[in-house]
Design a protein around this ligand. Sequence first.
Ligand code: AMP
Ligand code: GLY
Length: 421
Amino acid sequence: MKVLVVGGGGREHTIVRKLKESPRVAEIYCAPGNGGISRDAQCVDIAAMDIEKMVAYAREQKMDLVFVAPDDPLAAGMVDALEQAGIRAFGPRANAAIIEGSKVFSKELMKKYHIPTAGYEVFEDPQKAADYIQAQNQYPVVVKADGLALGKGVVIAQNFEEAQEAIHSIMEEKVFGASGNRVVIEEFLTGPEVSVLAFTDGNCVKPMVSSKDHKRAYDGDQGRNTGGMGTISPNPYYTEELAEQCMRTIFQPTVEAMKAEGRPFKGCLYFGLMLTANGPKVIEYNARFGDPEAQVVLPRLETDLMDVIDAVIDGTLSELELKWSDTAAACVVMASGGYPGSYPKGIEIRGLDANGQVEGATVYHAGTSYQDGVFRTAGGRVLGVTGLAESLDKALQKAYEAVDQISFEGAHYRKDIGRTK
Ligand code: AMP
Ligand code: GLY
């Protein structure tokens, strides 16, 4: 088979490397890809959001499958466009990707189908949102932009002034553009967070092994939110019992709700959960693999990913048994100096071999370029270094030993991955 992966980050590198393990896959392309991906696949210079060019390229090149990995092209209907052109595609259609693309949609879905989540109200008018918060007088309070905001559209306000500031920047300054036309004001929940990614064909849902992200920039969960600074799998807080409860109260009901709404979800559905004193609740849905969750979950998949993709697309997932390794996985993200704020690009990365790898771990490239045998930084999150071992401690040790072999000016990474609540 000839497969095209859309995207160019650490998640896409993970997908590319997993597909490479499949005996069914002969050629892998990635658009636009990155420096590290170029060592494992043929990179194609088409932007992930360029639906027209992507479809034309996939048709010309007679791709057997296009795997759409990032949120924006999914929300913009890339899968719909590929299907209309007769090309097999993995990922939800736009009418299902909205579960991530609109928080108002996902909150209303959960309310309608009694799926546990934080209490909330939706506002289109900034003054009414502020009045509501003032009347409630309960802090912290969570202010969320309705639409996609690069993971930055959530503000946990500690007092009225902070809430007002968030409403102002989201709804009036429009720092996230039209994503801020509406806001969701949400009850603040506490408890350990768990990421559960699940394959679903629209009817059957098969959760993958659990994971835990570390979203804040610095050790001790300090600093600003990022796309994710590291992950572990499995998540130590996610017991067998909780998994069963989530299946019954969240996973299956969500898939059924989407079907009932005439928006069957096919692809990878990501459940961001909080384990509260009142049971597990949904914090967010994503319509795709998490990044860097994919970097610890997919390496543990023993079933041929191509077989899973086929089952998802063909609606035969219930007939396929997914096998996972008993190993633990840990991923440490190395980021550019300044990230999640502004950062320089083009800085030489040292310590990688000719394939962009190091001994003892797998290096998933996120923001890198490659030219004349040299890897350089090209983004905020630069590398995701994953260790696999029989225990979490050993997996972390492997990941950190590998990180120690790699350096670039300004690099920062968290030293406490897997050690925080
Ligand atoms: P999101 O972009 O929806 O994943 O939110 C980013 C982060 O904000 C989450 O990972 C949580 O840590 C936090 N968060 C979001 N919603 C809530 C909530 N209702 N209560 C507490 N924390 C929240
Ligand atoms: N790591 C969180 C996300 O992919 O949304």
